[in-house]
Design a protein around this ligand. Structure first.
Ligand code: PEP
Ligand code: MN
Length: 337
């Protein structure tokens, strides 16, 4: 349910409506636009008689919203959410590149990666410390040391850090060492994990599950936000289809759909989306043209010997090449790079 206040409503009138809603046990998301204030009511409002609110002074209208995306949706908040993470803004005019190896393999490797990632113009260093893998018998990451190595490498090069958490127990470590917490495709519907992430003061990048619909992705984001953490980014990373030439099918159409339905920043991961190095640059170009706010791209100084996802990791020169191509595409779609 959504309560739209009149343009002339006073603060006292708005407070009176808020008080009544709170007394009835609802959570409220208040958004103050240039002309009017809208109160988004979160919770089961089926039993509410809308007239009880319509008659309150200052209320313009009460709208029942069947849309399940109250917090992620554009109905309650029409303006784009721009996250400002230590000065790096995601969701605004600027196109942001996040890059680095699939996993943190050693301190030396991630330091070297941070240097070429910085040189390319990317702002955020990626690298998995806890690795979900297609097979559990492959490299599963360095764990806590991985976070520490990432942090040091990023700090040396004035970069931010994005890394994944797979388990609730890893959250306190991640909060300490990383700037953006990634929730991987395999955990998109791990609600105990999402619930914990709703309670922490850290931006979350939520990846679309490989068999998840766009609606399910939005519902998972909604769940994190309902816990109080509104700094969420949505990430398209390819879905499983019947196609076998690619590891996944990069769903470029999800990008404009998510941008239309939600105010949250949308990130594209063409590395997992395509699964093959040669496809990463074309898919990245398409994602930016389709409206992605940021890219998450795997790159490695020696991909042929990488411990994970080497086949989809760009060589450093390819990352540079991608950045120079994006410098042409970004302004054509109203973005700065
Ligand atoms: C990753 O980013 O390395 C990763 C494991 O991604 P996903 O969860 O999309 O498979
Ligand atoms: Mn990977």
């Amino acid at each position: 349910m959504m309560i739209v206040m009149e343009q002339t409503a006073t603060e006292e009138q708005t407070q009176a409506v808020l008080k009544k809603l709170t007394e009835h046990g609802f959570d409220i998301h208040k958004s103050t636009g240039a002309t009017k204030t809208v109160l988004g009511v979160v919770g089961d409002t089926a039993a509410v008689d809308v007239r009880d609110y319509e008659m309150l002074p200052g209320v313009s209208e009460v709208i029942r919203v069947s849309d399940p995306f109250k917090l992620v949706g554009r109905v309650f908040k029409s303006d784009d959410t721009i996250l400002n993470i230590k000065g790096v803004k995601i969701g605004g005019k600027e196109l942001v590149m996040m890059s680095g190896p699939c996993s943190v393999e050693s301190e030396e490797l991630i330091r070297e990666a941070a240097r070429f990632v910085k040189k390319s113009g990317a702002k955020i260093l990626r690298g998995g410390a806890y690795k979900p893998r297609s097979s559990p018998y492959t490299f599963q990451g360095l764990g806590l040391d991985g976070y520490k190595f990432l942090r040091r490498a990023a700090d040396e090069n004035d970069l931010l850090v994005i890394s994944e958490v797979m388990d609730r127990e890893q959250i306190p470590e991640a909060v300490k060492y990383v700037d953006i917490i990634q929730v991987g495709a395999r955990n998109m519907q791990n609600y105990t994990l999402l619930r914990e992430l709703g309670n922490i003061p850290k931006p979350i990048l939520l990846k679309r599950g490989m068999s998840a619909t766009i609606k399910e992705l939005l519902m998972s984001a909604e769940y994190i936000m309902a816990g109080g953490n509104h700094d969420v980014m949505l990430c398209e990373r390819g879905i499983r289809t019947f196609e076998t030439y690619t590891r996944n099918t990069m769903d470029i159409s999800a990008i404009p759909i998510l941008k239309k339905l939600s105010h949250l920043p949308v990130v594209a991961d063409p590395s997992h989306g395509a699964g093959l190095r040669d496809l990463v640059i074309p898919m990245a170009r398409a994602a930016v043209a389709a409206g992605a706010d940021a890219l998450l791209v795997e790159a490695h100084q020696d991909p042929d010997n990488a411990l994970s996802d080497g086949a989809q990791s760009l060589y450093p020169e390819q990352l540079d090449e991608l950045m120079s191509q994006l410098k042409i595409i970004a302004p054509a779609v109203g973005r700065a790079l």
